[in-house]
Ligand binder design. Structure first.
Ligand code: ZN
Length: 286
């Protein structure tokens, strides 16, 4: 005769991005099954949800999302499947940058970052608030496991904080370096690691540059000594190359999300990869 075994039910979590998936996994450990609803190799602002992910969303206990205008597909998905009972909007627990950007008209074609810059997972310090919100939501689904989630979180943050000291030390010699980025992905990362984002290749977030803008940007970069362009996988290579060549700058390709680059397959590896590539590029310019 088989003895009945009490096994705690697994909590199903849908994260809208791979970065949030990693933070959920760090807190939930073996008690959660979490998947990202989108593919990190796609343009973060032009993602769509596929049927399999839609089904996952429909049967999830918890939704963890970036918020702001980062998931325009989510409202459409909610018309097809019932939203999870617990909804964690991580933008509410971080201090946002770029909220002074004028609101762009919602009925116009391209407009992103209209409610503040959503790329806040790129400051490791923000993982503190995000994981606290995740632990709180998981604890509401499984109150008996609150202590487990808190302990998982504590251990993860201890590793992250130790790594952050190392990463900051690696980039400390370059504090105040002015860089240009292709998309406005890096304000949180730049603030944490002492860089200054002096401009973007995109004329506005999500809007490709006009030839006139490209000319002005190259002039400005030359005038202010910008010698590094932060690019991302899949970014419009030809324009970026032309700008970098015109300004005498190096292009360094960073991973904007976990899984966007084969070397950035978890949250710590994301920063390890980006800090290393950046430091090597800056070293080579000395
Ligand atoms: Zn963006």
């Amino acid at each position: 005769m088989l003895l009945p075994v009490l096994v705690a039910a697994t909590i199903t979590v849908a994260a809208t991005t791979s970065d949030l998936r990693e933070l959920v996994a760090a807190v939930g450990g073996e008690r959660v099954r979490v998947e990202s609803l989108t593919d990190p190799r796609q343009d973060p602002h032009a993602r769509e949800i596929h049927p399999r992910q839609l089904a996952l969303l429909g049967k999830s206990d918890v939704l963890v999302r970036v918020g702001l205008d980062h998931e325009p597909w989510l409202a459409r998905a909610a018309k097809t499947v019932p939203p999870p009972a617990h909804d964690v909007d991580c933008s509410r627990v971080v201090t946002l940058l770029g909220t002074e950007t004028p609101r762009l008209r919602a009925d116009r074609a391209v407009h992103v970052h209209a409610f503040g810059n959503p790329h806040y997972w790129l400051d490791p310090e923000n993982a503190h608030g995000i994981t606290a919100a995740i632990a709180d939501a998981l604890g509401r689904v499984a109150p008996a496991d609150r202590a487990v989630f808190e302990e998982n979180r504590r251990r993860f943050l201890a590793r992250l904080d130790a790594a952050l000291l190392r990463w900051r030390a690696r980039l400390a010699p370059y504090e105040g370096t002015r860089v240009v980025s292709v998309h406005d992905t890096w304000p949180y990362f730049a603030r944490r690691f002492g860089l200054v984002v002096a401009g973007t290749v995109e004329e506005r977030p999500g809007v490709p540059p006009s030839p006139a803008y490209v000319g002005t940007l190259i002039e400005r970069m030359r005038a202010s000594g910008v010698r590094v362009v932060l690019a991302e996988p899949g970014a419009s290579g030809a324009v970026v190359r032309r700008i970098a060549d015109g300004a005498g700058a190096r292009v360094v390709t960073l991973a904007p999300s976990v899984g966007a680059d084969p070397q950035a397959m978890d949250y710590l590896a994301l920063f390890e990869t980006n800090v290393t590539r950046l430091a090597e590029t800056l070293e080579s310019l000395r």
